[in-house]
Ligand binder design. Sequence first.
Ligand code: MBD
Ligand code: FE
Length: 296
Amino acid sequence: MPGVTELGYIGLTVSEPTAWQDYATSVVGMEAFREDGDDTLYLRMDYWHHRFAVRKGAADDLDYVGWRVADQAALEAMAEKLSAAGHDMRFASEEEISERRVLGLIKTTDPAGNPTELFHGPRVDRHKPFYPGRPLHGKFQTGEQGMGHVVLRSEDVAASHAFYTLLGMTGATGYYLNSPVGTIKPVFMHCNNRQHSVAFNVPSEKRLNHLMLEYAELDDLGLVYDIVNERQIPVVLDLGKHSNDLALTFYSVAPSGWLMELGWGGGGAGTQTEYHHRDVFGHALKAAGMGLDVEL
Ligand code: MBD
Ligand code: FE
């Protein structure tokens, strides 16, 4: 049974849309635009109409996550699976479908209450080349690997694992990590060649612990690292290479308080499970109490 194929889009609620627009464009390098009669700030990373829909609100958190499936048949199969497993879900209205710029849409929640959408048929504006908000050496690594990964709040790890397995994802505990609250054992799951598209079992007050976006060129990671430091945006975990996805990344604070992990060079998703105690190198904790107090 075909499952989800990629992390497709994300909705954010932010208290400071102006700061977010500046951050998304001048720091991260995304393209920002608005449409007539719509307060939403849209952010692009590639040919898709948008990858982020940013709306003003006090939460400064994830509003929803959109997981792509191949087509209408896959969406209907997913609806049946969710219902059979006792999850609350509904097919979205025509208005909701057009708001998301997709052909078909289901709304549900994961076991921790994270609003979760399944969709097929994103609007892809091939006629509108991606125009970065500031100069980029290359582009964002999206395509078959989706837009990146999300690390979500979970309450019951087994329930979260079962839910994302139901969506068609695979994965397991990836690390045993020392932290002030004891050993934490984050779970990493994939649905394509990106080593993980979702992870959970990291202490998190917000729905979103962190979001990871990847550049195709190493020089773009170097450039954003310089811009983050020049702007004195707090770096929480310094540059380092993960043992699971082999990506070179660093974590800094997004305008909403949750962490943005920016990276380059992720490896593929293996077919067998393994776990680690440490990263390959780096990822030194530079700022404690910012959402990821781990010894990576
Ligand atoms: C990741 O992307 C991550 O966020 C952590 C904590 C460990 C390995 C890979
Ligand atoms: Fe991550």
